[in-house]
Design a protein around this ligand. Structure first.
Ligand SMILES: O=C(O)c1ccccc1NCC(=O)[C@H](O)[C@H](O)COP(=O)(O)O
Length: 498
């Protein structure tokens, strides 16, 4: 299938390091359910160990394996792979461990089995707990909808929207960091943030208030979000590109997010080893999605800067293991050589979490971010859209056509004597069409007879540029002729021929 790549970041078992405690030992062997500790050996696992023994001449002994034995063997291999993944992750400074595949370990006392909590089977912090739960959740989802079942919906999905382009355009338009406004009902650190939670209504309010993009929580258990919320917002006519805010541990989630209408996904460096980030970023490229790669400390930032082609990095001011929020984190990570490298490569940095006031926004902007991701301070406002003006200390709402045209001198001059006002006032960006544009131009020609034809064309061209840029969320300087709709091109060309 075009665009659908197989994802396999785990190494083949043959490349796994040898664990000395896995060696067959009469009467005693390792039990994958018990971390690194030993347990009494069951007869079937001993058989598996025995089959893995090498003969004296070095050739492997192959013996027929029963169904239950092969299942156990698979579990052992899964566990070995998990151990290997943890080792690779730890070597990169990642503290979040993979979930032990077979659940809590068993302890045998006489004929009884006990499940006891220990270091190996208990999450050490909230992020690890979320990730372990995600493993179970994703494997269940994958069973219900395997990758192959996503093929058709993927082919039928409308093209993804330009997440980075929208952030850049907003930054250019307002001079402030482009806003990614978060649609989030609850979080582990804050509990329920908004009781009366209507994701579509909130998304529409954000768009109206001037958000460039939206971040929509997909996690059910800890954030009370869902993939269906993404889908509902996408289908509601909201035009802002959407970030699927999910804890991604498996490429399957990326394909699923794409189907549900996401334009971007989040990759958390505290969770994913470098190789996974590379693979997943590649999959994003194939699917036309943007990857927002999130870091929290210098080590993670250096790892991500070591990966080619990353264009969007989020600096989370919240420590996801302790919940501590410190906005100076953004500043620290952008100082010195790291900041230089980021500017050189044109990477857009997003300041994330704990932003409540215009001073907070100014602080992270000063530090070098060109975008911010804000949840709590907006979503808990009665009108989340109006919360945006409070956050920035000014109204950054998308200008309607009236505002766009008002910037054109000729429109201001002819305003009183023309019938433009009511026509334009009734139209909103994105909702007006060819007819309105043509009327604007005709009005300019008819009510400004004192102007030279070329002056009118110049002004008309300005109007058209503003309209086109506004309608298609483009930066006036950068859009190309190919992007100008066919009905507008001849009008702009009028000016070029003069
Ligand atoms: O917010 C949490 O409690 C949390 C816990 C564990 C993992 C992630 C968590 N939050 C994700 C985020 O970082 C925020 O949703 C996002 O950056 C917006 O932050 P805020 O503006 O402070 O709501």
């Amino acid at each position: 299938m075009e665009g659908l790549v197989s994802f396999q970041s785990i190494p083949s078992v043959s490349r796994l390091p040898k664990f000395p405690f896995l060696k067959p030992n009469p009467g005693i062997a390792s039990d994958p359910r018990r971390g690194n500790s030993l347990s009494l050996l069951s007869s079937s696992s001993f058989a598996i160990r025995a089959q893995q023994m090498e003969s004296k001449d070095g050739s492997a002994t192959v013996a027929p394996i029963s169904d239950s034995e092969s299942k156990s063997e698979l579990k052992i291999k899964e566990w070995e792979v998990g151990m290997f993944q943890n080792e690779v992750a730890a070597s990169q400074g990642i503290r979040i461990r993979r979930r032990p595949p077979t659940g809590p370990p068993l302890h045998y006392v006489g004929p009884f089995e006990f499940r006891l909590q220990n270091e190996g089977n208990t999450p050490r912090n909230i992020l690890e707990e979320i990730i372990w739960h995600k493993h179970t959740e994703v494997s269940q989802l994958k069973e219900k909808k395997p990758l192959v079942a996503l093929k058709k919906p993927l082919e039928n999905a409308p093209p993804a929207r330009d997440f980075v382009g929208a952030l850049k355009a907003a930054h250019l338009r307002t001079g402030l960091p482009g806003l990614i406004a978060e649609v989030k009902k609850a979080s582990p650190s804050r509990g329920v943030i908004r009781e009366n939670f209507d994701p579509v209504e909130i998304a529409k309010a954000y768009e109206k208030g001037g958000a460039a993009c939206l971040s929509v929580l997909a996690d059910k258990k800890y954030f009370q979000g869902s993939f269906e919320n993404i889908e509902a917002i996408r289908n509601s006519g909201v035009k802002c590109p959407l970030l699927c805010k999910e804890f991604i541990i498996d490429a399957w989630q990326i394909y699923y997010a794409r189907i549900k209408g996401a334009d971007a996904i989040l990759l958390i460096a505290a969770v994913l080893p470098d190789l996974d980030i590379k693979y997943m970023a590649k999959i994003c490229k194939l699917l036309g999605l943007t990857a927002l790669v999130e870091v929290h400390d210098e080590k993670e930032m250096d790892r991500v800067l070591g990966i080619e082609g990353i264009e969007l990095i989020g600096i989370n001011n919240r420590n996801l293991e302790t919940f501590e929020v410190d906005t100076s984190n953004t500043k620290r990570l952008l100082e010195g050589k790291r900041g230089d490298l980021i500017r050189e490569r044109g990477i857009i940095v997003v300041g994330e979490s704990g932003l409540f006031t215009p001073d907070d926004v100014a602080y992270v902007q000063e530090a070098g971010v060109r975008a911010v991701l804000v949840g709590e301070s907006l979503v808990k406002q009665e009108d989340p859209g109006k919360g945006i003006a409070k956050l920035f200390g000014k109204d950054i709402s998308v200008r309607d056509v009236w505002h766009v045209l008002w910037d054109c001198k000729c429109v201001r001059e002819v305003w009183d004597s023309s019938s433009l006002g009511p026509a334009i006032n009734s139209a909103e960006v994105g909702s007006f069409d060819e007819g309105v544009v043509i009327n604007v131009i005709l009005e300019l020609f008819s009510v400004s007879p004192q102007w030279s034809y070329s002056a009118i064309c110049r002004e008309a061209n300005g109007v058209v540029h503003c309209l086109v840029a506004s309608m298609f969320n483009l930066e006036t300087e950068v859009y190309g002729w190919d992007k100008v709709p066919r009905f507008i091109a001849p009008m702009v060309l009028v000016d070029l021929t003069y």
